[in-house]
Design a protein around this ligand. Structure first.
Ligand code: ADP
Ligand code: MG
Length: 701
């Protein structure tokens, strides 16, 4: 057994109590775990800011000075602690709002500290809120160290005996006990040479205690590559195995249905991207393997037509198909679009949602069982047990992020002997780096071109002061025969207040746009389905000119005559949500507009989101910006995936490393899919070790 496998409590300086804490607080179970919790930043002992040089936008700074005073101010929740911190050039205030008692005990006036934090400005005065404080000690044990690692920790650990200094000492102790054999190389020599990576042992040493920036960069680079490379290797291997194992129906004919429709009834010329994607899917469907494909395409890029053409291929091969949407409204729209496209064809279609009941439902279920219905469109209702197909060959889901994996699996089970081919459509543009990781084992098709003749939507940012002019603009557009959405945020945590906002907004609009000249619809998730449907239909038919709604209209709704999208309290929406909302307009031939309303005060992040929206209509660019602003953990659908618990790599910033890692992994698997070659044994061992660790982890949690 390697030293690294030794339980953490046996490490000199730890013991049972601190050991228990390290396990509980940071999931550090072994001495090796301690090494693989990398620092998230370093104190560069050589670089300090002068207080006199600080500016409002200095960001994170490191100061070296003496704490001159420390006072508690205010009472109750407003209680805070102010420290005066001085260096040779000036004085700055340090501010703490919590942890006052602890600070009083641990900070001492007159002592020299290194303070690290982010500069803040309050009423034209700079201060440093909640800085990390570390006494400047003349520590003779590490005279040459200019970088001190800083690790993620918890209050409990800090106060119960594993503070940053102790932590560094523990890491050092482990590093001193081990040698290169304990951290054997796990990358093939060929790639080590090509990329000039430091050896693994060296990289681990240097990520904790680098002597200079170059050492740190090299160590980081290597370890990030390693992390992403093994992730890609695992994903790609899974994909290869799935391909090898997953027998599926082979749709070998492209026959009468497809051809008749394509040559006689296609209402428009397909875009180049649509053609390419249909071809990709057609090849997949004919291969004899089960297809698992993600179809990405920005809002309005024409995914429905691609889906329909795929369904016709299934039909030509004697199979039924289904298409599942996350909401009733969407299912109806898909159904309407599909039956309209198929108007002159002899294809049997049906719609199944929770609202289809009684005799009508029974009839549909029976016809489906007997193979009498070729295409069925619906909601979750399609997943229910009584829904049986005679021969389901292709299942399409729209807006996949609303469906869980388990739900999709229920759909798969509805076909024997093979599962149906699966096509998942999404309008949430996912940055390439993320898609490569998240959907790495799915095949991905991208429609990256909009149908011709679309005018880019004009987006502007307006505040309350512009309200009257916005009303005036709405009147002009309505006079031209256009329709308008006004959307309010609604989230569960503040639902009551949000609904009240919506109601007030509705009343304000009603006063400004009185009947009979104007008609207004209102739509929110709390309404009965029948009422929602009624209001939606009035708007779709053009009987109302303004739709005041919450984000229920976010997904997929298609009213080409609507040309203005007004978003209220824009700062409360995320970027991808705003992009989805904006996609509701710009669907017709007319110039469309998106007006982003906010109050006067905005956080920097909200301002950046709004500027991004004003600057570009490109869903992928917006997704990249979103990833940078929020980090991958918050992008829809990634949280549950678990695979994004990366230690070091950052998908928003390390796209290039990821790309390279994927290329290397692909090359290796092409040459040696089962990693059987001697030179690939280290890869195999690493994958096995990771699998074991993740299983152990599941047992523990
Ligand atoms: P989405 O990808 O958002 O689901 P839709 O399938 O709803 O997009 O298509 C948006 C609109 O564009 C529809 O009105 C559709 O009829 C139209 N459309 C789709 N493809 C084309 C094309 N190649 N040329 C012209 N219009 C198209
Ligand atoms: Mg759609």
């Amino acid at each position: 057994m390697s030293t690294l496998d030794n339980p953490i409590e046996y490490l000199k300086g730890v013991g049972p109590v601190k050991g228990e804490l390290l396990k509980k607080e940071l999931q550090i179970f072994t001495q090796g775990d301690l090494l693989f919790h990398f620092p998230y930043r370093y104190v560069d002992r050589t670089q300090f800011h002068r207080i006199a040089d600080l500016r409002e936008d200095s960001g994170f700074v490191q100061l070296r000075g003496v704490l001159r005073s420390l006072d508690t101010i205010g009472e109750g929740p407003r209680k805070r602690m102010i420290g005066r911190f001085r260096d040779a050039s000036g004085v700055i205030e340090l501010v703490w709002f919590t942890g006052v008692t602890w600070l009083q005990k641990h900070l001492s006036v007159g002592t020299e500290y290194v303070a690290f934090g982010r500069i803040n400005a309050f009423r034209d005065q700079l201060n440093l809120p909640h800085p990390e404080m570390e006494p400047v000690s003349a520590d003779p044990a590490q005279p040459s160290a200019s970088f001190d690692p800083v690790y993620a920790s918890t209050d409990k650990l800090n106060t119960k005996g594993v503070d940053m200094k102790t932590r560094r000492r523990l890491v050092k102790t482990v590093l001193e006990k081990i040698s290169a054999q304990d951290l054997p190389e796990n990358l093939p020599p060929r790639w080590m040479e090509q990329f000039r990576f430091p050896a693994r042992f060296q990289a681990i040493q240097n990520i904790h205690f680098p002597r200079n920036q170059q050492e740190l960069d090299a160590a980081r680079n290597r370890l990030k590559f390693e992390e992403l490379f093994f992730l890609q290797l695992r994903i790609l291997q899974l994909k290869l195995r799935r391909h090898a194992a997953s027998k599926g129906y082979a749709f070998q004919h492209v026959g009468e249905c497809f051809n008749t429709f394509y040559h006689q009834h296609l209402p428009f010329e397909l875009t180049g991207a649509q053609k390419r994607v249909v071809k990709e899917i057609r090849q997949d469907l004919g291969s004899g393997r089960q297809m698992n494909r993600l179809l990405q395409g920005d809002v309005g890029s024409g995914k429905t037509m691609v889906a329909l053409l795929c369904m016709l291929i299934a039909l030509d091969n004697g199979f039924q198909t289904c298409m599942m949407a996350p909401t009733e409204i969407l299912a109806q729209q898909h159904y309407a679009a599909i039956t309209e496209y198929l108007r002159d064809m002899e294809v049997e279609t049906a719609l199944l949602t929770g609202n289809v009941k009684g005799k009508k439902r029974e009839a549909i279920l029976q016809r489906l069982r007997e193979g009498d219905i070729h295409i069925i469109v619906g909601t979750h209702a399609l997943l229910e047990d009584p829904v049986e197909f005679q021969r389901l060959g292709l299942a399409i889901t729209d807006e996949q992020h609303r469906f869980g994996v388990a739900q999709r699996a229920r759909l798969w089970a509805k076909s024997r002997p093979h599962p149906p081919h699966v096509l998942v459509m999404t309008a949430t543009p996912i940055p390439r780096t993320l898609a490569m990781t998240l959907y790495g084992d799915l095949d991905v098709s991208v429609i990256d071109e909009l149908p011709p003749g679309r005018k880019p939507i004009q987006t502007v940012h307006r505040t309350e002061g512009h309200r009257l002019r916005v009303f005036g603009f709405m009147k002009e557009e309505i006079a031209k025969g256009r329709q308008i959405y006004v959307v309010y945020p609604l989230i569960e945590e503040s639902e009551k207040l949000d609904l009240q906002n919506l109601q007030e907004g509705y009343e304000a609009v009603s006063r400004e746009f009185p009947p009979p000249q104007y008609q207004i619809s209102i739509l929110h998730g709390r309404m009965k389905p029948a009422d929602k449907e009624f209001e939606m239909q009035r708007f779709v038919k053009g009987q109302t000119q303004i739709m005041v709604a919450t984000t229920v209209i976010e997904v997929g709704v298609n009213v080409p005559n609507a040309s203005v999208m007004i978003v209220e309290n824009t700062d409360r929406f995320g970027l991808s949500q705003l992009h989805q909302l904006r996609g509701r307009v710009g669907r017709g031939a007319e110039q469309s507009f998106c007006i982003l309303m906010t109050g006067f005060k905005l956080s920097n992040e909200a301002r950046e989101r709004i500027q991004t929206m004003v600057r570009t209509n490109d869903g992928f660019e917006i997704a990249e910006a979103d990833l940078k602003l929020r980090g991958p953990g918050d992008i829809e659908g990634t949280r549950q995936s678990g695979i994004l618990n990366l230690r070091l790599a950052d998908l928003a910033r390390d796209g290039r490393i990821l790309q390279t890692a994927r290329e290397v992994a692909t090359r290796i698997l092409e040459q040696d899919p089962e990693l059987a070659l001697p030179e690939h044994q280290p890869l195999r061992r690493q994958l096995e070790a990771e699998t074991k660790a993740s299983k152990a982890w599941v047992r523990i949690s």
